[in-house]
Design a binder for this molecule. Structure first.
Ligand code: HAM
Length: 437
């Protein structure tokens, strides 16, 4: 009997795996540009951590967590997001103690949410994210937004919409909550059961409701912006102005409250602008400022800001934007014309690899025609052919699989010549990519 993958999970291979690898490389590279240091935390945490941080009123905690009892009866949860675990780790390891604040961390890895699967929404998915803790500044908020934006731009996504809002300080939020309660009082009877629960626990969450009839009611609700203190408004304006200075246009979205309870102050999301084959797959990422989260999980009273991108969603768009990407094959495919030569090719391949160029090999003798087909399917840039004739002349034949051009290369000059052929190939490739865009 065939065993299917678990609903909401997917296997990543071939071109998609190439996308993931490229996206992850870009994320790491951009994290380095801003000096965020890598942190890796466990996939499993105590359930209580998420209840205390992400919050009981959130959909994530109330409906979507993969929670189980381990053999000793502890309640364990597979992380639905990273931020809570990062805060726990900062406290467990006292990472704030001898650090020059802000502490700047980045992470990459799988998360789990029991959601209804659809395009760009999975039950196991991957996030890249950053957190900056201590020394709050409007610039750090703007920087967090800029990190995600730079990654999206580096992927070649043509148009990105950045939306921002402010949840204000404790006092403004409390006043807003009261205003929402007063407004929804007359409607709540006719709203969904989730909204009824949200009304009791945290009326702000009602604004996230996706039920069409409820969305209509939400439209008439008081606006958060009208309850913000002057300081919160100035702070949000400073973040928008800082972004503007570096060429990022951020738009205020009054309804943006984000689905996690730990946010205070500035929140934001990135969306792709639909264009031809590029389709909206939900927020590409999001984040915000959190004032009390570290303290909530037992640490010092330090504020933080962070953001996370969904790798699956970026990969979906990458598959459209960069569909002509052919970088995921070996540089060379090494072909031997006899068993004896194939035996010797083992060390020849090793020499080329030691020079930092990638090689895959034909391990058995086959007809030239079929072996060239294999080289093309493997997306090799060049084929190297070694026959009796070549051995005698101490040379190899190198065929550019794009142009079909063949060159004899002396074994003594092999490393240098192969390197320059490869450089030329890549220059031509990048030039053709630029022309295509
Ligand atoms: P989030 O908005 O819940 O924020 O998730 C961030 C991103 O993860 C989303 O914008 C989306 O791209 C991706 N994502 C979320 N759920 C799924 C899913 N089921 N399938 C595929 N992709 C998904 C957070 O998780 C916060 N921890 C972000 C943050 C960091 N705030 C402060 N620091």
């Amino acid at each position: 009997m065939e065993i299917n993958p678990v609903k909401g999970t997917h296997d990543i291979f071939d071109k998609e795996a190439h996308s993931y690898r490229k996206i992850e490389m870009i994320c790491r590279y951009v994290a380095d540009l801003y000096n965020y240091q890598e942190i890796r935390t466990p996939v499993m945490e105590h359930t209580n951590l998420f209840i205390r941080s992400v919050g009981e009123s959130s959909d994530i905690v109330s409906k979507e967590m993969y929670t189980f009892e381990d053999k000793a009866g502890r309640s364990i949860t597979l992380r639905p997001e990273f931020t809570a675990g990062i805060m726990r780790s900062i406290v467990s390891n006292k990472l704030y103690a001898n650090a020059d604040l802000p502490l700047k961390l980045f992470y990459l890895g799988p998360c789990f949410r029991y959601e209804r699967p659809q395009a760009g929404r999975y039950r196991q998915f991957n996030q890249f994210g950053i957190e900056a803790i201590g020394e709050p500044s409007y610039q750090l908020d703007a920087e967090a937004i800029a990190v995600g934006h730079r990654i999206l731009i580096s992927l070649g996504i043509p148009k990105i919409k950045v939306v921002v809002n402010s949840l204000g300080d404790e006092e403004s939020r409390a006043r807003y909550r009261e205003a929402l309660k007063a407004y929804f009082k007359d409607h709540i009877e006719n709203m969904c059961s989730d909204c009824k629960r949200r009304y009791e626990v945290n009326p702000l969450r009602i604004l996230d409701c996706k039920v069409p009839e409820d969305i209509e009611i939400v439209k008439g609700a008081p606006k958060l912006h009208d309850f913000l203190s002057p300081e919160s408004k100035i702070y949000l304006d400073s973040v928008i102005a800082a972004l503007d200075e570096i060429g990022i246009e951020a738009e205020i979205d009054d309804n943006l409250v984000r689905g996690l309870d730990y946010y205070t102050g500035v929140v934001f999301e990135y969306h792709v602008v639909e264009d031809g084959e590029i389709k909206d797959v939900g927020a590409l990422g999001g984040g915000g400022h959190y004032g009390k989260l570290l303290k909530e999980v037992g640490g010092p009273d330090l504020e933080g800001i962070g953001m996370a991108l969904g790798i699956e969603r970026l990969a979906l768009i990458d598959q459209v934007v960069n569909k002509n990407d052919v970088l995921n094959g070996p540089d060379f495919y090494l072909i031997g014309m006899s068993d004896e030569i194939i035996e010797k090719n083992f060390s020849l391949a090793d020499i080329i690899r030691s020079e930092g160029m990638s090689v895959d090999c034909a391990y058995h003798v086959k007809s030239l025609k079929s072996v060239f087909k294999v080289a093309e399917r493997k997306r090799a840039k060049f084929a190297i052919i070694v026959g009796e004739d070549e051995i005698e002349k101490r040379q190899i034949k190198v065929k550019n699989l794009q142009t079909q051009e063949q060159t004899d290369v002396k074994l003594d000059d092999m490393a240098l010549v192969l390197r320059s052929m490869l450089n030329e190939y890549m220059e031509a490739f990048y030039a053709s990519q630029v022309e295509m865009k």
